[in-house]
Design a protein around this ligand. Structure first.
Ligand code: ZN
Ligand code: ZN
Length: 229
């Protein structure tokens, strides 16, 4: 299992590109999120052909804004097999489907929609309303020889860490969204993550790294060259 980030910025931090990652997992290459900068990054870095599966955390544009481009590219440019879009709930599948329908008319022509539970080793954490009121969001947990946690956008991390504390012990690396502004309630203020540092590796993403305060002990993905694609 290996994770490489395609970007680590927040929605407006375009210098750092939209937060998204490629995860090599159980022989597949999963794209986690496909915001509006991701299509371009995948093409420029020549990673597009590797993507076989897609997992979306929520439907904000910095997490799904270039998904239709990707699907069209796979079909028209690569003439590749349809990628698999893994979905964590029927309701979210319907939302994603409607979103794509406006853009590509017949989403089934461009992607296979498969329930996430059919893919072994991925746990879903429903974080509805914990990033933005009334918005469906998810965090994902990938388990193999160790555990990778991908928070998605999350302003209230308590439920995610509560869930983690009840899972069987396994070396765990948490990639968590982070904000350095205590007034930003859509994302997790770094000081709220400090109680959860024990026993896990943690890295912050979805931020402008230049705003990182000197007293923040959480390493940022952006500065970890081995975590960047
Ligand atoms: Zn975001
Ligand atoms: Zn968001």
């Amino acid at each position: 299992m290996k994770i490489k980030f395609l970007g680590t910025g927040g929605a407006f931090d375009i210098d750092y590109l939209n937060s998204a990652a490629l995860l090599t997992f159980r022989g597949k290459c999963l794209l986690i999120d496909c915001g509006f900068t991701v299509y371009q990054t995948l093409v420029q870095k020549n990673f597009m052909h590797r993507v076989s599966h897609i997992l979306i955390t929520h439907l904000h544009n910095d997490h799904c804004g270039s998904l239709a481009n990707l699907l069209l590219h796979k079909s028209i440019v690569e003439k590749a097999e349809r990628p698999v879009i893994l979905y964590p709930s029927e309701q979210f599948k319907n939302q994603l489907y409607e979103f794509l329908k406006v853009q590509v008319k017949d989403p089934d022509k461009y992607a296979d929609f498969v329930p996430l539970e059919q893919f072994d080793g991925i746990r879903v954490v429903d974080t509805y309303g914990q990033h933005s009121e009334g918005l469906q969001t998810y965090a994902y947990i990938f388990e193999d020889e160790y555990r990778i946690v991908y928070s998605g956008d999350l302003g209230k991390p308590e439920a995610l860490f509560d869930k983690l504390s009840r899972l069987p012990s396994l070396p765990t690396c948490v990639y968590h969204d982070i904000t350095f502004n205590p007034e930003n309630t859509g994302h997790t203020y770094y000081k709220k993550l400090l109680p959860y540092l024990n026993g896990v590796d943690m890295f912050g993403y979805h931020c402008d790294p230049t705003q990182n305060p000197p007293d923040n002990p959480i390493r940022l993905v952006f500065y970890q060259k081995d975590l960047m694609a």
